[in-house]
Ligand binder design. Sequence first.
Ligand SMILES: *Cc1c(COP(=O)(O)O)cnc(C)c1O
Length: 262
Amino acid sequence: MSELKIDTRLWSSKARNLSPYVPGEQPQHDNLCKLNTNENPFPPSPKVGEAIAKVLTQQAQELRLYPAPESNDLRAALAQAYDLDVSQVFVGNGSDEVLALIFASFFLKERPLLSPDIGYSFYPVYAQTFGVHLVKIPLEDDFSIDPDAYRQPCSGIIIANPNAPTGLLLSLSDIRKLASEHSNAVIVIDEAYIDFAQADTDSTDAQVSAVSLINECDNVIVTQTFSKSRSLAGLRVGMALGSASLIEALTRMKNSFNSYPL
Ligand SMILES: *Cc1c(COP(=O)(O)O)cnc(C)c1O
């Protein structure tokens, strides 16, 4: 193929100044054990294939219709699985899209968004895309996160937990501390890898997931994904769990962009 010459004259300055996330390579060989994008090396449950086949054979005529705009069946099933109200569940096209809507809905230019200096590399991309002022807070020497290092005015804090790529877990008591010290900021806990986590043996926390804090801390929003532990990266299903007020903001933002993402 001859090399394409790209003419950017007709681009907006915004499009010209973006530095997009570079997705991990998806090589076209099947004799590799692929590790670069953290997909699951194991297939999903056989029940997943059966459920998809059933829909495609028995309900194929429904493909002519748009799906339910608020994905009510999926949200109701998730609400039941997490013991939440359906108004506390939001779903999107992968948790990456859910995170993008979170950036657009909650973070401001005037008050910074705080995030560890080593973390998920999509956060700085979204900060640039949505004009959010991102301030990176250095990890401690042992790569852990010290909540006291976040004591400054901000519109939000975003942390992958366990953090990527350190794999270290922030305790629920530290997350609770961040939430109470920053009651006018949104605390985003990105739990893409939470199913691989375990509490420290000396921890008093019975659980590791911040979903258990949602009813107590109305400024905490948790994102999870079907892409990693659940072996369904190809389906692109991600979710946010939080107070009904935070979820409503995401729904409004989604419906101002693409009302049928799933
Ligand atoms: C993989 C990953 C995501 C995105 O997951 P999708 O739901 O597939 O978009 C988000 N955050 C972290 C930390 C991840 O590693």
